[in-house]
Each structure stands twice: as C-alpha cells, then as structure tokens.
Design a binder for this molecule. Structure first.
Ligand SMILES: *Cc1c(COP(=O)(O)O)cnc(C)c1O
Length: 362
C-alpha cells in the first residue's frame, strides 16, 4: 500500500506513528482483550489515557497552572456558541468584540449575536481576507466581555504573527488550524480552543484551554454540556465523552514529544512552508493569495495565473500522489494544508510538481 501526501484542510492526515499505533492497539488495548473504544470512560485504563493527554499537552504547549484543559463536544464551531454563553456574563451590557479575518471569525460573531451584543472590531473583508487588519486595542469599549480572534485562517492562508495586547479584556483565540505548530505564550489568552481534526486528531471534539477565573460566569440558559465549568469540575466526563478522540489526541501528543516538541516542529513547519512559498514567489504562473507579511505556515494558498488549468493541476497532482489540493469553495484556487503531520518530503514533492507543471503549461 502507498499512502498519499494528504494536503486536505481537515480532517487532515495524522502521523504514521499515530495511525499504526491505533491500528495495533485497536482490538487489544494494553493486553486488556478489548479496545479503548469499547471500555468505560470511567475505567482506570481510560483515566490513565486522559491524564497522560493532559500532562503531555501541559508540557508541550507550556500551559500555566492557572489554566484548565477541557475536552468539549461539537468541534470548533460548537465553541462559537460556548464562548459567548460562558463569557458574555462578564460584561454588564453583554458585549463582545470580534476581529474578522475570514469566514470562521464571521461565523463566530454571528453565533455570539444570538446571546448578546457582538460587534466587529476590525475586518479584512474589503481586501478578500488576504491579511490581518490593523487594530488598536485602545478602541475596545471598557465593558467588552472578550475579544475573539482566529489565529490562523485556514481558508485564506493568513495568520497573526503577534497577538493584540488586550490588557484586562480576555483574548479568545480559535487556533483550530495551527495549535501546537508554533510556540505561543499561552498567558496572553483567556481562552484558546481548537477542533481536533487539523493538528490534534479526529473531528467532533475541541480542546479548550481556559484561564480559571473565566469559569463560573455562564449565562443561565447555557446547556450543561456547553458550560465550561461543568467540564472543569468533572474532568470533561460529566457525560460519556469521545474517548477514542482523546486517545488519538494523546497519541498525537506522544508523537510531538518524540519529534522534539513544538519548537522543533515550528522550525520544520517554517522550512516546509518556505519550500512552497519560494516556488510561488519565483513565478508569475502561481499567484499567492495571502499578503506575504501575513502568511500562514499551515495553509499555503495560491491561484494559477491561468485559472482554467486548476482542474488539471489538481488531477495531475493526485496522479503524483499529492492529494486534496483544491482550495476552499469560497476562495477558489489551490491550497496546500501542511499541518504538523505533513513530512518535509511531502512539501519537497509538491514543490517539484509545481515547478514541473509550470514548465509543461506556461
Ligand atoms: C476547521 C476550522 C473550524 C471548524 O471546525 P469544526 O470542528 O468543523 O466546527 C473552525 N475554525 C477554524 C479556524 C478552522 O480551521
């Protein structure tokens, strides 16, 4: 069997170590004669998996002691509801601010508007979300419950290089498409969340890292299973959690540790992205989507100067073992998602393919 280099945006490829370990242990976890997917979320065996996942995440992400790690149902977009439900109570006028750097930020604000006053503090919509907009934190009203940003914009291929300094106003970041791909000082944030399916494991669950003083302010109508304090009190086991996803995330974290940690991955991710951006920058055949000053190292987006060639590009890439390069339907063009699990060889192969395709079609 040959595995493709999978450039899909999510669910995304997982490290071979993770896939093989899960396969090996699937029927018989630690000689129990049963798989982890078949045993109680309250068993001592699963408890060990959960504790190990916490411990590794704390170590790898550098999470300070005054933060809780939660495993919350519903993936990233469910947190678009959970965040306002948990935090709007911090503001007498139930107001929150959103910086819109793409579709996900817009969706998050619209969801928050169901529960309170959700305003757009800044947006790069007028330039097609090709950059992170200028923003001055001094412009935030004093009664702002929180400021929401999307740290890496999966569709457009932009990211925040440094984060707004919001002082006493909690900064909330959707890091779904980049969590653990670069070193980040967690103490700048009130809440970080990430759906697992890009850099952490299977879809349907979100990892939420919340500063303890932000717990316990949920609006009355908050469903128990969206109330972060319920998760914090029950170690995310108030009901049957997605034990298999947590197990898989634990394996991903073991792999990251084995690679040398986040700093080491960041170095590799920078090198991987550079391979592709160098091809784009050296040619008039490929046109980068993101402003170079705001480029992501996780999602590399580009158009073809001859857009009619896009289908041929995607098809011939697939024949060469390079899977899922078509851009998001809202953006068009091509996109190479190169999360932590993408080996450097995948980016070398894609860069070579791009040069060759240009030669044959220029
Ligand atoms: C993929 C993605 C989402 C959506 O995740 P779901 O788990 O499908 O809700 C949200 N935000 C960002 C930044 C993403 O990349």
């Amino acid at each position: 069997m040959t595995r493709v280099f999978n450039f899909g945006a999510g669910p995304a490829m997982l490290p071979t170590f993770v896939m093989e370990t899960a396969q090996r242990e699937f029927m018989n976890f630690h000689d129990m004669g049963a798989g982890i997917i078949e045993i109680s979320h309250r068993s001592k065996e699963f408890d060990a998996v959960l504790n190990r996942c916490d411990e590794l995440l704390k170590e790898l992400a550098g999470i300070p002691d005054n933060y809780k790690i939660l495993y919350v149902h519903g993936g990233a977009q469910m947190q678009f509801s959970a965040i306002p439900l948990n935090l709007l109570g911090l503001s007498p006028s139930k107001s929150a601010s959103y910086i819109e750097t793409g579709t996900w930020g817009v969706k998050a604000r619209k969801e928050a508007a169901r529960y309170g006053n959700a305003t757009t503090a800044a947006s790069s919509a007028d330039t097609g979300f090709d950059r992170i907009p200028e923003f001055d934190c001094a412009s935030l009203p004093a009664d702002t419950a929180y400021l929401h940003i999307t740290s890496n914009n999966t569709l457009y291929g932009t990211r925040w290089h440094s984060f707004p300094q919001t002082g006493d106003i909690p900064l909330v970041a959707d890091m779904t498409s980049e969590f653990l791909s670069r070193e980040i000082d967690i103490s700048q944030f009130g809440i970080i969340f990430a759906g697992l399916q890009k850099n952490l494991g299977p879809a349907g669950l979100a990892c939420v890292i919340v500063r303890e003083d932000l717990l316990g302010h949920a609006l009355k109508e908050t469903p128990a299973l969206l109330d972060y304090s319920v998760y914090a009190k029950s170690h995310s086991l108030s009901n049957t959690n997605n034990t298999f996803a947590i197990y898989m995330m634990g394996l991903v974290l073991e792999w990251i540790k084995e690679q040398g940690g986040v700093a080491k991955l960041e170095e590799q991710n920078n090198a991987k992205a550079k391979l592709l951006y160098d091809v784009v920058d050296a040619s008039d055949f490929y046109l980068g989507v993101a402003d170079p000053a705001h480029r992501s190292i996780m999602n590399v987006t580009f158009n073809l100067a001859k857009p009619d060639l896009l289908d041929a590009f995607v098809e011939q890439a697939l024949e060469a073992g390079l899977y899922a390069l078509k851009g998001h339907r809202d953006v068009g063009g091509a996109r190479a998602s190169i999360y932590n699990a993408m080996p450097i060889a995948g980016c070398v192969a894609l860069a070579e393919f791009m040069v060759e395709f240009e030669k044959n079609n220029a």
